[in-house]
Design a binder for this molecule. Structure first.
Ligand code: AHR
Length: 596
């Protein structure tokens, strides 16, 4: 064998000469080099179709105990199929019903190792599930954990570590449940309407209901917790009906959790409409409220936190806001009682924001507070012009909580378009002043059509139907404003006296928008040029929309017979650009969402 090593014959071997060739063949990747244990984890096998092929997932249970199907409702744009699982059994088998996945010819689960389970789930009601790694017949459990999906319309990402207590080379993953939704007893259609408003807080349980006409009939949180059947109930003597307090303090906290809204607990401060506890005797009432906060926030081992835990909620509820009474500022013992509650709560829970009943919008309060309550019920013209209410409010001191606002009286009827437009104009003013106005909520929220004590309201229902008044739909056009960015606007039009407007930028998971909202409170159509400058990116006609709330007559209302008479209508905005002509219909609220 001879070798000629002369340099002129020599040649550099490419650096890249030797490598490997991978092909996805023989499960080389899926079920092979890719360390995913679950086979067909997205239920998409067979393509993004309904029904999809869920193999090799199998069902634990029979037709009478569980329903399993697929639909295209997942939270992923590119992976649409989701598995739908409905637990049907009241007395489910001990091990529960559900689904299992055998992996790729079994999962190799090894003693002491940790396995990360990530899943996205949603359930209209809170539900507890068990995730476990078991032997291939499901009889031997190697690792198991209980996971809770809070009720609601949002997908929740769940991360769970499973530590194996044994080794099995052919294990499977099980996802099971033993009960139907355990959580709440709320009416799903009504909850869904609330979820659509994306509320950031829930103020509860009143109103005058908190005060009572007489103290003996005020809402008492202690009587409203524990097993439903044991609660004494009470007569709400302001609105004149009996409540069994099934919807009690615990359930309000639960509702705030379901909605993803911060709870705002309005408690009785020893003052009703007709009688008061003197400040010298208020101490037991203060202790009672401290106990309510321990019930919500205390550890599962604390005296009251353990009661909450026994009711099925070991984790604390994040109560960060309390209102010390309702509409009691002018009462004899208000300031005295207020300070007793304020000081005790500040000491025990320094992070809790306290809300005074006294209006601080036009002058400083004479007592400490984090926020002050502001209520307004008036005619449509008056509320329209109140859009400037907070323009001159001091920028230091407590913030405003406009916890009740609405147009009432003849302009409102049982929920007119006119009322909603004045309210929208008022809200544009709150948006602009959101450096001093931190929270706002329409009131009242609900009305059962069989007890029309207070009109109008946002949501009307009876035993089987429901609809939103124009004021409900108006609020939907403001829901993206929480947490958005507000921009200054200037308005010059011969009609500007009957216009109100605001501009925000907001974004959803995929896109950002400049939203310009304009109320045309007048009877004539208005033509306007919207011009936007200083944007970080240009406006895209594709994806831009205009949503308009209007109707043939300004006094039009919705009803069970015609629930969609006055609802927003969305159209594509093909001429969207930095400078665009728009026409505002008479008596309308328009929201222009300009895609960025
Ligand atoms: O929203 C109806 C009532 O109006 C509330 O109970 C009270 O706070 C206000 O007077």
């Amino acid at each position: 064998l001879g070798v000629d090593a002369s340099s002129h014959l020599a040649r550099k071997i490419p650096d890249t000469l030797f490598g490997i060739f991978f092909e996805e063949i023989n499960h080389a990747g899926a079920g092979g080099i890719w360390a995913e244990l679950v086979s067909n984890r997205g239920f998409e096998a067979g393509g993004p179709h309904t029904p999809s092929n869920i193999e090799p997932w199998s069902i634990i249970g029979d037709d009478s105990s569980i329903f399993v199907g697929t639909d295209r409702t997942s939270c992923f744009r590119r992976n649409k199929v989701a598995l739908r699982m409905e637990v049907l059994c009241d007395n489910c088998p001990v091990g529960g019903v559900g689904i299992y996945n055998p992996g790729f010819w079994g999962m190799n689960i090894e003693d002491g190792k940790t396995y990360n389970l990530v899943m996205h789930a949603k359930s209209p009601e809170m539900i507890e599930m068990t995730v476990s790694l078991t032997s291939s017949d499901g009889l031997r459990v190697l690792a198991s954990a209980a996971i809770r999906v809070p009720g609601g319309s949002n997908w929740i990402k769940l991360d769970q570590k499973l530590v194996a207590q044994g080794t099995d080379r052919t294990s499977r993953l099980q996802i099971t449940a033993k009960t139907k939704g355990v959580g709440h007893g709320f009416r799903t259609e009504l909850i869904s309407m609330l979820l659509d408003l994306k509320p950031r807080f829930l103020r509860f349980p009143g109103g005058c209901f908190v005060e009572g006409s007489w103290l003996r009939n005020a809402f008492r949180w202690r009587d409203s917790i524990g097993p439903w059947e044991e609660r004494p109930g009470h007569y709400g003597d302001v609105w004149n009906y009996w409540t069994d307090d099934g919807l009690g303090y615990y359930e309000f906290l639960q509702l705030s959790e379901v909605l993803g809204a911060a709870p705002v607990w309005v408690f009785n401060n020893g003052i009703s409409h007709h009688d008061e506890v003197d400040t010298t005797a208020i101490a037991p009432f203060v202790k009672d409220i401290l106990d309510s906060l321990e019930f919500a926030r205390g550890s599962a081992e604390s005296t009251w936190g353990s009661v909450r835990a026994a009711m099925g909620h070991p984790e604390p509820f994040p109560v960060k806001y309390v209102a010390i009474g309702n509409e009691d500022c002018g009462k004899e013992n208000y300031r005295g009682n207020y300070l007793k509650f304020y000081n005790a709560i500040r000491e025990a829970y320094p992070d809790i924001q306290m809300i005074s009943n006294c209006d601080g919008s036009s002058g400083p309060l004479d007592h400490p507070a984090d926020l002050y309550d502001f209520h307004v019920y008036t005619g449509s013209r008056a509320l329209f012009s109140m859009k400037n209410t907070f323009d001159n409010t001091s920028r230091s001191g407590p913030k405003a909580f406009v916890s009740e606002y609405a147009v009432t009286g003849n302009d409102a009827g049982r929920g007119s378009l006119l009322a909603s437009l004045a309210e929208a104009a008022f809200l544009t003013g709150l948006e602009k002043n959101s450096d001093v106005v931190h929270m706002a909520s329409y009131a009242p929220l609900f009305i059962n059509d069989n007890d029309r004590t207070w009109n109008p309201d946002a949501i009307v229902f009876n035993s089987w139907q429901q609809y939103g008044t124009p004021s409900y739909w108006m609020q939907k056009l403001f829901r993206e404003s929480s947490g958005a960015t507000i921009h200054p606007i200037s308005l010059s039009s011969s009609c500007s006296g009957s216009l109100a407007a605001s501009a925000i930028t907001w974004h959803d998971d995929d896109n950002s928008f400049l939203r310009v909202k304009i109320v045309n409170f007048g009877p004539d159509a208005v033509s306007l040029t919207i011009s936007a400058t200083g944007l970080q990116s240009s406006i895209n006609a594709l994806g831009s929309t205009a949503t308009v709330l209007t109707s043939g007559s300004v006094m039009d209302e919705n009803s069970f017979a015609n629930p969609n008479k006055v609802v927003p209508v969305t159209i594509e905005l093909r001429n969207a650009s930095e400078e665009m002509e728009v026409t505002l219909p008479p008596h309308s609220l328009s929201a222009f969402d300009l895609a960025l």
